[in-house]
Design a protein. Structure first.
Ligand SMILES: [Zn+2]
Length: 306
């Protein structure tokens, strides 16, 4: 399903007050109504002993200094789509010129306590929408990087993948003064930056002559099917294992993540959503917890004895 399929859909708003006794699926309490910091304790109770699948988003990496472009302080912005990127060399020049600045900063980001807590919890599967590679850095087992990793590069012609670090060195030598000319641009969670004037930036090709693209899923591009199937299988297994789905730091704006919440809800698997701000998963959540990611995850790791 294309990433671009859903952003126009309005966010769900939940204003119905909690009323009446809770009754619902055998595997957990029925969904509460609304989002509240006060649900944190009940959510930790719910997640204390169960098998978990965890879905993480940009909010998890804000404590590592990588801004969440959907967060409350983020400026409006429309990412480059896959269709725009492949349209021609000008778009590719614009992408790489901006991304080159963002990468120089993103690669200096370090995992935070939330990443460490999740590695210690070691869920049945950790699905991340983040492309920053920080879950990988702390050795998280059973990980699916749903949208790929910004540290990888793929050739659109021969499909060979290579390390972004090598391309970065090449870009740096082809464009020696680029950073000095743009010292204070804002960095996005996908490594992009705010920059309009990108003329003159030199972009190398693959050794086969093909176009190089970061090996991440762009808006308008599909998540590879095998990744999606692995995630669905893990969510499906939660039903028989009396498990739960935990979503941390994602507003679930794009369908690529929301679909797993929908699947869990359809299977009556309890869902906990932890985020600063409303998410599209809130109406499906047993608990929608208004909280930062790091404090909740460190509390959960302690609770599980991880
Ligand atoms: Zn190639």
């Amino acid at each position: 399903m294309p990433l671009s399929a859903t952003p126009a859909e309005p966010r769900a708003t939940v204003s119905t007050p909690l009323s009446g006794p809770l009754s619902g699926p055998l595997s957990g309490p029925a969904p509460t109504r609304g989002r509240s910091a006060s649900y944190a304790g009940a959510a930790l109770d719910l997640l204390a002993d169960r098998p978990l699948v965890v879905l993480t988003g940009a909010g998890l990496s804000t404590d590592s200094g990588i801004p969440d472009y959907r967060g409350p302080d983020a400026p409006p912005r429309r990412p480059m789509t896959y269709q725009e990127f492949v349209a021609g060399p000008e778009a590719q020049q614009r992408y790489w010129a901006r991304s080159h600045l963002g990468w120089g900063r993103m690669r200096r980001a370090d995992p935070n306590e939330g990443h460490h807590a999740l590695a210690a919890i070691a869920p049945e599967l950790l699905i991340t929408q983040n492309v920053d590679g920080l879950h990988e850095r702390v050795g998280t087992p059973r990980l699916v990087a749903l949208h790929g990793r910004i540290a990888d590069v793929v050739c659109l012609a021969c499909r060979r993948t290579s390390a972004r670090a090598a391309l970065h060195e090449q870009l740096a030598s082809l464009n020696p003064d680029w950073h000095e000319r743009h010292p204070s641009v804002r960095v996005r969670p996908d490594g992009d930056v705010d920059l309009e004037d990108t003329a003159g930036f030199v972009v190398p090709s693959c050794s086969c002559g093909g176009v190089l693209k970061p090996d991440v899923v762009f808006f308008g591009e599909n998540v590879p099917k095998d990744r999606v199937e692995r995630c669905y299988a893990a969510v499906d297994a939660l039903r028989d294992g009396d498990g739960a789905l935990l979503v941390v730091g994602s507003s679930l704006t794009v369908m690529s993540g929301l679909r797993f919440v929908r699947r869990a809800a359809a299977l009556e698997v309890p869902v906990v959503v932890v985020n600063r701000g409303e998410t599209r998963g809130d109406p499906l959540a047993t608990y929608a917890v208004e909280s930062g990611c790091t404090p909740f995850l460190t509390a959960l790791a302690a609770r599980r004895g991880a």
